[in-house]
Design a protein around this ligand. Structure first.
Ligand SMILES: Nc1ncnc2c1ncn2[C@@H]1O[C@H](COP(=O)(O)OP(=O)(O)O)[C@@H](O)[C@H]1O
Ligand SMILES: O=P(O)(O)O[C@H]1O[C@H](CO)[C@@H](O[C@H]2O[C@H](CO)[C@@H](O)[C@H](O)[C@H]2O)[C@H](O)[C@H]1O
Length: 454
C-alpha cells in the first residue's frame, strides 16, 4: 500500500476523524519535522468536491515498536510510523518545545501566553474519551490538546482561553500557550494548545447523572415526603453556582470582545432554516413544524434591544468541570458542525444558557431511560425526571440572574425559549448522525415544546 492508502486506512478507524460517512482518499501530506523521528503531518483528505486537512502527529522508527502496536499507522521510506499521541517520548518533544527548546522546522512556532513554569519532568497520559481532538495530561501540571481537523484562522478555543486568561478569570483552565504554523499560502494554522491541568476536576455531566440517579432510585418513588430538594445528592446548589459562573464568564467576554446589537429577525430566520434542514435528516420533526416555528416567530414581537457577544457556543454539562475552587468551563470551540468563521461570530448569551438547560433535561432523561420496568414505575420515573430538570433549571437561572444583578425579563424569556427549541433541533440532527439510540431525548423534548405552543 502507498503511504496515502495506509494513512487513509488509519484515519477511517480514528474516533476523531469526521469524514467516515463518505468515501474519501488521502490526497497529500505535508511533513513538519519537530525533532529526529518526531513530526506532525498535515494530511489533506478529499471526498467528492470537498477537502479537509487533518493533523496526524507521527513518531517514526527504524525498527517496529511493540509498545506502540495499537497506534501503528504504517511503514514507508524504510521507517515504521505511529500516531505520536500514544508515544510519550514524542509528546515530550512537544512539551519541551513549549518550554523553549527549538524545533527542526522553522515554520512552526510554540508560543507562550503566560509565565507558568512548565514541569518538563512529567510524562504524558492520553485521554481516551469520545473526543473530536486528542488531549494529553502531562502529570498533574498541564494539558495538551492537539487539534485534529485544521482550518486556517484563529481557533476560538485558543482565542477565548487567551482572553479569559489575560483577564485573570478563575472559571477556565489558564492557557499556557499554543502551537501554530504559517503555510506556504501565508495562512496561520493553529495546531495545539497547552493549558493548566485541573487536578481536582470532576466532570459536571457525571455529577448531574449521579444526582438524578440518587433521586430516582429512592426506595419508594411514590413517597410524597421525598422531595427533590431533600433527596441526597441534590444538585441545585451546584446548578446555582454554575449559573453564576456562566454569567461571570459572559461578563468578561463582553468586556474583552465587545458587544453588538442582535438582529432578532435574522436569528428567527436562521433558526427556521436550521429547522427545515433538520427535517431532511429527522423526518419525525415535520409534525412539530407549527409549534416550533411559532416559538421562533415570537422573537419578532420582542421590542427590547438585545445584544450579541462572544459566547461558548456549545455549552453542556460535559463541558463543565467542578474543581475544589469552583466550576470551570472548557472547550470553547463552538458547535462542531459550524465552520470556524461562523463559530467566531458574536451570538446571544442565551444560546449558552439554553445549552445548559437542555443538558439538565438530557441528564434526567438518560437516567430515566435505564429505569422503570413496569408502566407504573415508568410514569413515576418520568414525573421525577421532570421534577429534577425543573428544579435544577430554576436554580441555574437564578444563579445566572443574581450574578449579573438583573432578573430575567419577559423579553429574555422569549429569547431563551427560542434558543432552547433551536438547541433541541440541533441535537436531533446531531443524534441522528452520531448516536441514533439517543434521538428520543431531543425528540421527546421537542414534542413537549411544540405542544406547549399551539
Ligand atoms: N484543563 C483541564 N484539566 C483536566 N481535564 C480537562 C481539562 N480540559 C478538558 N479536560 C477534560 O479533557 C477531555 C477533553 O476535553 P475537551 O476540551 O472537551 O476536548 P474535545 O475538543 O476533544 O471534545 C474532557 O473529558 C474534559 O473534561
Ligand atoms: O462535546 P462536543 O463539543 O463534541 O459536543 C457534541 O457532542 C455532545 C455529546 O457528547 C452533544 O451534547 C448532547 O449530549 C450531551 C450528553 O452526552 C448533553 O449533555 C447535551 O446537552 C446534548 O446537547 C453536543 O450537542 C454536540 O455538539
Amino acid at each position: 500500500m502507498t503511504p496515502e492508502e495506509q494513512l487513509a486506512s488509519y484515519l477511517s478507524g480514528a474516533r476523531w476523524f469526521g469524514g467516515k460517512s463518505r468515501p474519501f482518499e488521502v490526497a497529500g501530506m505535508t511533513v513538519i519535522e519537530l525533532a529526529p523521528g518526531v513530526s506532525t503531518n498535515l494530511v489533506t483528505v478529499s471526498s467528492g468536491d470537498s477537502e479537509d486537512v487533518y493533523q496526524v502527529p507521527l513518531s517514526s522508527y527504524d525498527e517496529p515498536q511493540e509498545r506502540l502496536a495499537h497506534a501503528r499507522v504504517g511503514a514507508w521510506d524504510d521507517r515504521h510510523h505511529y500516531d505520536a499521541v500514544h508515544d510519550r517520548d514524542a509528546m515530550h518533544v512537544w512539551l519541551r518545545a513549549f518550554a523553549g527548546e527549538a524545533v527542526a522546522d522553522a515554520r512552526v512556532s510554540f508560543r507562550r501566553t503566560d509565565d507558568h513554569a512548565l514541569d518538563t519532568s512529567t510524562h504524558s497520559t492520553l485521554y481516551s474519551g469520545e473526543q473530536s481532538n486528542s488531549s494529553l495530561a502531562f502529570g498533574e501540571d498541564s494539558l495538551l490538546k492537539i487539534f485534529r481537523r485544521l482550518t486556517p484562522g484563529l481557533n476560538p478555543d485558543i482565542e477565548i482561553h487567551e482572553a479569559l486568561t489575560r483577564a485573570g478569570n478563575p472559571h477556565i483552565a489558564a492557557l499556557h500557550g499554543y502551537a501554530a504554523i504559517t503555510t506556504a499560502a501565508g495562512d496561520e494554522l493553529q495546531l495545539a494548545m497547552l493549558q493548566q491541568f485541573l487536578r481536582t476536576a470532576s466532570d459536571g455531566w457525571e455529577l448531574a447523572l449521579a444526582s438524578a440517579r440518587n433521586l430516582f432510585t429512592q426506595a419508594d418513588l411514590h413517597a410524597e415526603t421525598v422531595h427533590v430538594e431533600e433527596a441526597g445528592g441534590d444538585f441545585a446548589a451546584e446548578a446555582h453556582r454554575l449559573g453564576a459562573t456562566l454569567a461571570e464568564v459572559h461578563g468578561v467576554l463582553a468586556e474583552a470582545f465587545g458587544t453588538s446589537p442582535l438582529d432578532l429577525g435574522e436569528v428567527a430566520r436562521t433558526m427556521g432554516r436550521r429547522f427545515h434542514e433538520a427535517v431532511e435528516i429527522v423526518p419525525e420533526l415535520a409534525g412539530l413544524k407549527d409549534g416550533l416555528l411559532a416559538e421562533f416567530a415570537a422573537l419578532a414581537g420582542v421590542t427590547d434591544p438585545e445584544s450579541a457577544q462572544r459566547v461558548h457556543g456549545d455549552l453542556h454539562l460535559g463541558q463543565t468541570l467542578r474543581t475544589s475552587v469552583g466550576w470551570k468551563l472548557v472547550d470553547f470551540e463552538g458547535e462542531p458542525v459550524k465552520d470556524l468563521a461562523e463559530r467566531r461570530l458574536p451570538d446571544s448569551p442565551w444560546r449558552d444558557v439554553a445549552g445548559m438547560i437542555r443538558s439538565f433535561d438530557y441528564a434526567a432523561a438518560t437516567v430515566a431511560r435505564d429505569l422503570g420496568s413496569t408502566s407504573d414505575e415508568a410514569a413515576q420515573v418520568s414525573y421525577r425526571s421532570g421534577e429534577w430538570t425543573a428544579h435544577n433549571t430554576q436554580a441555574f437561572l437564578s444563579g445566572y440572574a443574581e450574578q449579573r444583578q438583573r432578573p430575567i425579563s419577559a423579553a429574555e424569556q422569549v429569547l431563551l425559549a427560542a434558543y432552547v427549541a433551536d438547541k433541541a433541533v440541533y441535537e436531533a440532527t446531531y443524534e441522528a448522525r452520531n448516536r441514533p439510540g439517543w434521538l428520543a431525548i431531543p425528540l421527546t423534548a421537542l414534542t413537549a415544546l411544540g405542544q406547549a405552543r399551539p
